[in-house]
Each structure stands twice: as structure tokens, then as C-alpha cells.
Ligand binder design. Structure first.
Ligand code: NAD
Ligand code: UFG
Length: 336
């Protein structure tokens, strides 16, 4: 039996493939490489000592999806594939709806046609209403301000509806907080195209000298140092959470939403200072206006994941900034 990992050459998917292979699962990846590269498959093999089966192709290609299910005994699916940039989703909403929702609909059809009834889905903390107060539990108010966030809310609902329609179906909706860090080997990590939107990739680009300074978006928030607070989680902890979710999915029927976060809030300046201290590098920064759409503080209540999945985050902020920088040095610098 194999696990189909959609988007498996991406940032979170690649780390999850390593975790699966290391635990003895067979892994089949489908990815169209729109935000990753084929050599990630080699690097996954190098770390895990086993190679996943890789199909380069698009989730919107129904024939390909069905042929993958025909060729492999797929027991369960971890569904990462999709577009994920909040700002871009405001500019090209239809692409986001088509890709993220269309992919999921095709996937559910292919699963049902082949008797596969277990899915773990990459949702996001962005589904929580920004006005709700952290720590956020899974029953917090839902609401989101971007087309990207709406695709996550809609897909959660589609999967819930499918679980009602087909009582043999199980969907675990994992709501990730802020994944950062990289595999300690430095072989896989986050490698966004162009100027990064997210904090850690931006800091890494400043550290590499590609960008001159970090813009700290807002220093007048009601937080201890005035900068935004988020729940950063090491991507290896997140990857491990998916194995726990798969195991949990085998014991229940229906849909369940579960946060994957550490429960700790860290400010922008705390991240900058941790990066500087851990890596002995100065990060020049300027305090600028707030970024539209941002809120002051978001962090998880991870109690449900702790209790139901038996999962706890193990890495701290220092591990995260060290591993992000290590990956940048080993990989990005060499490939420039
Ligand atoms: P990523 O872009 O690194 O990985 C996504 C992968 O999906 C990429 O390899 C891309 O090539 C592939 N892909 C995109 N569209 C596809 C299509 N139509 N067909 C086949 N493959 C396709 O992103 P990531 O950070 O690893 O995120 C994985 C999932 O987690 C996404 O669904 C994302 O929305 C979600 N998520 C990410 C974050 C985060 O901050 N990274 C936070 C919350 C949720
Ligand atoms: N920030 C800066 N400067 C930058 C980039 C970010 O100060 O150059 C600040 C932001 O204002 C925020 C914090 O750093 O306070 C984190 O920002 P990110 O863009 O890294 O992350 P967000 O919390 O805004 O959003 C991320 C993902 C979303 C996801 C959300 C919740 O990008 O897709 O986490 O999971 F929905």
C-alpha cells in the first residue's frame, strides 16, 4: 500500500515524503513543478535512503490522476498541491479557485473511483477570522480575507460534505500555522521564486546579500515589542504531524480539523534577533508601516493535536532559524 502525496516536491511535501519513507511507507508523488524542481526527488532519496515514485503532471489532468490510482495501490492521500500566495490570489482569484478547488474535486473523484477513502488536507490558520483572539482553538470563528484563504475554507467544507455523503470517507483538515526551517541535512528546504513574501525567506535573502534590508511591517501593534506575533513551526515537526494524522485517520470516520502549531507566539523582532544570534549574522532592518491585511497576534492552541494525534512540536525557534540558514548556505548559494 502506498500514500499518494500531491505537491510532494514542494516545501512541506518534500519533508513529509522523507518522514513517510523513513517510516517504511511507499510514496507516490504527483507535482507539476510549478513551484518546485524535479531534483528534489533525488534529494528526498538521498536523505531517506529510498526513492518515491514521481509523476510530473497537473492535478487538473483527470486522466493522469486516474492512471496513477490504476497503477498503484493507493491507501491514502496527503494533499499539498496548490497555489499559496495570499497577495497573488487577490490579483488572479480565478486561477486560485480553479487550481486549488479543481484539483481537490478531481482528486476526490479519482479516490472514490478507486476505493480510496482517506485524505489528509493542507489547510491553514488563515481560515480563522482575524478578529478572534489567540490562542486559536479549532472551534474559533472562521472567516478569511483573501481568495487563497477562501479556497482553504471551501475545500474544508467540500471534504466535510463528502464525509457526510459517504460515511466510509475520512478527511483530516490540518490547519498549519507558520512553517519555517528546513531539514537538518540542508538538502531540502524552502526555495521561493522571486522576492519572498514570507518573513523567514526574506530574512534569508537579506543574510545572503540578495536583498539590502528587512522591512518590519508595523511596530505599533499591541504586542510586547510592537511587531507582529506568529506561531512559527519547524517544517520537520509539521511533516511528522502528517504521519500522526494518517495514523489517526485510520481510526475514525468523518472529517476533523486539527491545528498544527507550537502554541508559542514569537514577534518579528524576536525572530530577527534569534536569527542573528544563532547564525552570527547581522540583519539590517527598518521599521515600516503595517502590511495591509495583517493582524497583531496569531498563535495556535495545539491541545487537540497533542491529545488526539499524540503529537507535540519538538523544535524551538533557534532550531528553526539555524536550519533555515543552513539550507540556504548548502543549497541556495551553490545553485546561484
Ligand atoms: P509549495 O508551493 O512549496 O508546494 C506546493 C507544491 O504543489 C509545489 O511543488 C507545486 O509545484 C505543486 N503544485 C501546485 N499546483 C499544482 C497542480 N495544479 N498540480 C500539481 N502540482 C501542483 O507550498 P508549501 O509551502 O509546501 O505548501 C503546501 C500546502 O500547504 C499548500 O496547499 C499550502 O496552501 C499549504 N499551507 C502552506 C503554508 C506555508 O506557509 N507554507 C501555510 C499554511 C498552509
Ligand atoms: N513580516 C515582516 N516583513 C516581511 C514579511 C513579513 O515584517 O518582509 C511580518 C508580517 O507582518 C507578520 C510576520 O512577519 O507579522 C509573518 O509574516 P508572513 O508573511 O511570514 O506570514 P503570515 O502570518 O502573514 O502568513 C502565513 C502564510 C499564509 C498563511 C498564514 C497562516 O503566508 O499563507 O501564515 O498560516 F495563511
Amino acid at each position: 500500500m502506498a500514500v499518494l502525496v500531491t505537491g510532494g516536491t514542494g516545501f512541506i511535501g518534500s519533508h513529509t515524503c522523507v518522514e513517510l519513507l523513513e517510516r517504511g511507507y511507499d510514496v507516490v508523488i504527483i507535482d507539476n513543478l510549478s513551484n518546485s524542481s524535479a531534483d528534489v526527488v533525488d534529494r528526498i532519496e538521498k536523505i531517506a535512503g529510498r526513492r518515491p515514485v514521481f509523476y510530473e503532471g497537473d492535478m487538473l489532468d483527470k486522466e493522469l490522476l486516474n492512471s496513477i490510482f490504476d497503477r498503484h495501490e493507493i491507501d491514502s492521500v496527503i494533499h499539498f498541491a496548490g497555489l499559496k500566495a495570499v497577495g497573488e490570489s487577490v490579483r488572479i482569484p480565478v486561477s486560485y479557485y480553479r487550481t486549488n478547488i479543481g484539483s481537490t474535486l478531481n482528486l476526490i473523484d479519482a479516490m472514490k473511483a478507486h476505493g480510496c477513502t482517506r485524505i489528509v488536507f493542507s489547510s491553514s490558520a488563515t481560515v480563522y477570522d482575524a478578529s478572534d483572539v489567540s490562542p486559536l482553538k479549532e472551534d474559533a470563528l472562521l472567516g478569511t480575507s483573501s481568495p487563497y484563504g477562501r479556497t482553504k475554507l471551501f475545500i474544508e467544507q467540500i471534504l466535510r460534505d463528502e464525509c457526510v455523503a459517504d460515511p466510509s470517507f475520512t478527511a483530516i483538515l490540518l490547519r498549519y500555522f507558520n512553517p519555517i526551517g528546513a531539514h537538518p541535512s540542508g538538502l531540502i528546504g524552502e526555495n521561493p521564486n522571486g522576492i519572498p513574501n514570507n518573513l523567514l525567506p526574506y530574512i534569508v535573502n537579506v543574510a545572503l546579500g540578495i536583498l539590502p534590508q528587512l522591512n518590519v511591517y508595523g511596530s505599533d501593534y499591541p504586542t510586547p515589542d510592537g511587531t507582529g506575533v506568529r506561531d512559527y513551526i519547524h517544517v520537520c515537526d509539521l511533516a511528522r504531524g502528517h504521519i500522526h494524522a494518517l495514523e489517526y485517520a485510520a481510526t475514525i470516520k468523518g472529517a476533523d480539523a486539527i491545528n498544527l502549531g507550537t502554541g508559542n507566539g514569537t514577534s518579528v523582532l524576536e525572530i530577527v534577533h534569534a536569527f542573528e544570534k544563532e547564525n552570527s549574522i547581522t540583519i539590517p532592518y527598518v521599521l515600516t508601516d503595517r502590511r495591509p491585511g495583517d493582524n497583531a497576534t496569531t498563535y495556535a492552541d495545539p491541545g487537540k493535536a497533542n491529545e488526539l494525534l499524540g503529537w507535540h512540536a519538538q523544535y524551538d525557534i533557534h532550531d528553526m532559524v539555524r536550519d533555515s540558514w543552513h539550507f540556504a548556505q548548502v543549497f541556495l548559494k551553490n545553485s546561484r
